[in-house]
Ligand binder design. Structure first.
Ligand code: PA5
Length: 462
C-alpha cells in the first residue's frame, strides 16, 4: 500500500484534478467521425497491451508499474537519495537515452532555473554524463568536479553501452582518487540489469548499492523505475506524488474507461488519423522553458517506438515563444505536413505583475497590472489561432500546475498512448533495432575485438 502525503500547497480536492487533452482543434483537418472510427481498433490495441497479446509483449513491465509500487520500495530509494544528498554537492547521473532523459525531464521541469547559482543549497546539483562523447564536455565536467564533493548514479540497463561506460570509468577513477576507494564505494549507485552486463559485474565486485531495471521494461519506458526515481529524489523532489499522478493516469487510461473519456485512446486515435491524412510530423510545443527536456523525453519515447518499418510520425519539438522567432516562420508557412501538440500549464507557480511606468517610453503601459503569465497565455492563444489559420492542426494537453503529481500523470499518459498508438500503426512499439547500426560501425572503426570482419568491410568504404 502506497502512503501519499498531503500535497504541498494544494487542498485535498485539487489532487483529484487531471491533465486535460483537447483534440477539437484538429477537427476541420480530420473529421470527428474519422477519429471516432478508431474506437474498436483502439479498444483492441489497449486490450492487447493488457492481455500481453500484441507485438513486443515481453516489454510491458511499465504498464501496471505505478499501481504495483509500494512504500518499502520508495522508502529504499528515498534512503539512498538521502545518503547522496547529505554527502554530495554534485551528483553526476550517468546514462544515455532512456537511462537519463526521464530524470532530466522531471528535474528540469521542477527546478528553480537559477538554483544552481546558489551557494546555500538544499539539494545537490544534478549534472549528467554519458549522454555524449564530447571531449570538452567531459574535460570541463571533471575540472569542475575537482573542487567538489560528488557522487555518481550510473544507469545502464544493458550495462554495456559505450557512452555511459566511458564516462563511468573516467568519473569512478576521479572519485576514488579524490575521496579514497572506501568512501567512493558509498557514493556510487548502479542501476542496471539484475544479472547481466559489465556494470552489474563491476557493482558486485566493488560492493556498490544497486537497483534493478527489470527485463520487461525498456529504457524509454523506465522513468518510473529507479532509473528516474533515484535522481529525481536526489534532486529533492517528491517521488510519491510523481507515482500518485501516474497511478491516476494508469486508471484513467485503462481498458475500463470509455473511448471518449480515455485521454490515451483519444490521443492515439487523433494522431493516427492526422498521420493518415498526410501530417507526418508532430511538434510538441511548450511555452515554459523548464519543459524543454519533457519534449526531449517525449521525442525518444515516440521516435524509438514508432519510427520503424518505414513508418511513423516524426516527433519534433519547439520552445515558444523563443522558437516563434526562428521556427515560427516554417510552422506558419512551410510544407503543410505538420501538426502541433501544445503542453499548456494552466497556473504558474509564481506571480509577476508587470509594472506601470509614468514615462511609458517603451509603450508597454497597456500591459501594466497584468501578470506575465497572462501575456504568455495570450501568446499561446494567438499562436494557436495563427497556426490553425495557417493549416496546422493543434492538440492541447493542459496541466493544472507544474508539479510532481501532474508530471507523473503526463509521463504515464504519454507512455500509455504510445503503446496504443504503436499498435494502431502496426509496429512493435517496444523494440529499437535501428539504434544498433551506428554502434556496429563505430566499433568496427575503433577496431573493437570481435569486429574484425566489420572493420575490414568499413575500411574498404572510406
Ligand atoms: O530506450 C532505449 O532502450 C534506449 O534509449 C536506451 O535507454 C539507451 O540506448 C541506453 O541503453 P542502456 O540503458 O542499456 O545503457
Amino acid at each position: 500500500m502506497l502512503t501519499i502525503p498531503p500535497f504541498r500547497g494544494l487542498g485535498g480536492l485539487k489532487i483529484m484534478e487531471t491533465i486535460k487533452l483537447s483534440i477539437d482543434k484538429a477537427f476541420g483537418f480530420v473529421s470527428e467521425q474519422a477519429v471516432a472510427g478508431y474506437k474498436a481498433q483502439i479498444a483492441e490495441a489497449n486490450a492487447a497491451l493488457h492481455n500481453g497479446t500484441g507485438k513486443g509483449s515481453d516489454f510491458l513491465g511499465w504498464l501496471n508499474l505505478p499501481t504495483s509500487i509500494d512504500d518499502a520500495f520508495l522508502s529504499d530509494i528515498e534512503n539512498t537519495a538521502k545518503i547522496l544528498r547529505e554527502n554530495c554537492e554534485v551528483v553526476v547521473v550517468i546514462g544515455i537515452g532512456g537511462s537519463y532523459l526521464g530524470a532530466k525531464a522531471v528535474i528540469d521541469a521542477l527546478s528553480n532555473s537559477f538554483d544552481w547559482l546558489k551557494t546555500e543549497r538544499k539539494s545537490p546539483v544534478v549534472v549528467y554524463a554519458g549522454q555524449n562523447i564530447g571531449e570538452d564536455y567531459l574535460y570541463e565536467l571533471q575540472e569542475m568536479l575537482k573542487t567538489r564533493k560528488f557522487g555518481i548514479i550510473s544507469i545502464s540497463k544493458s550495462g554495456t553501452t559505450t557512452e555511459p561506460a566511458l564516462a563511468f570509468r573516467l568519473l569512478k577513477t576521479q572519485l576514488e582518487e579524490q575521496q579514497g576507494k572506501a568512501a567512493a564505494q558509498k557514493l556510487i549507485v548502479a542501476v542496471t540489469d539484475k544479472a547481466r552486463g559489465a556494470l552489474r559485474t563491476l557493482a558486485v565486485q566493488e560492493g556498490y548499492k544497486t537497483y534493478v531495471i527489470e527485463d520487461n521494461i525498456g529504457g524509454r519506458y523506465s522513468v518510473l523505475t529507479p532509473v528516474g526515481l533515484l535522481p529525481i529524489a536526489v534532486a529533492g523532489f517528491d517521488i510519491r506524488q510523481l507515482i500518485a499522478g501516474a497511478v491516476k493516469m494508469e486508471t484513467l487510461c485503462g481498458t475500463e474507461t470509455p473511448f471518449e473519456e480515455n485521454p490515451a485512446a483519444q490521443y492515439a486515435a487523433v494522431r493516427n488519423e492526422l498521420y493518415k491524412s498526410g501530417k507526418k510530423i508532430e511538434i510538441l510545443v511548450n511555452f515554459h522553458p523548464k519543459m524543454h527536456f519533457v519534449a526531449e523525453w517525449w521525442k525518444q519515447l515516440y521516435g524509438e517506438s514508432e519510427g520503424k518499418d518505414n513508418l511513423g510520425i516524426f516527433p519534433a519539438s519547439v520552445d515558444f515563444t523563443s522558437d516563434l522567432h526562428s521556427m515560427g516562420q516554417w510552422i506558419q508557412e512551410g510544407e503543410r505536413s505538420i501538426f502541433e501538440t501544445v503542453i499548456s500549464i494552466k497556473e504558474s507557480n509564481n506571480t509577476k505583475i508587470f509594472p506601470n511606468d509614468e514615462s511609458n517610453l517603451d509603450g508597454l503601459n497597456f500591459l501594466a497590472g497584468k501578470r506575465v503569465d497572462e501575456v504568455n497565455k495570450m501568446a499561446e492563444l494567438g499562436t494557436m489561432i495563427a497556426h490553425i489559420d495557417g493549416g496546422v492542426p493543434n492538440l492541447k494537453i493542459e496541466l493544472p500546475k507544474l508539479n510532481e503529481y501532474y508530471l507523473g500523470q503526463l509521463l504515464y499518459f504519454f507512455e500509455k498512448a504510445c503503446g496504443i498508438s504503436g499498435y494502431v500503426l502496426g509496429v512493435n512499439p517496444f523494440d529499437q533495432p535501428g539504434v544498433e547500426a551506428y554502434k556496429k560501425n563505430m566499433f568496427a572503426l575503433l577496431e573493437k575485438p570481435g569486429f574484425e570482419e566489420e572493420t575490414k568491410a568499413i575500411k574498404a568504404r572510406i
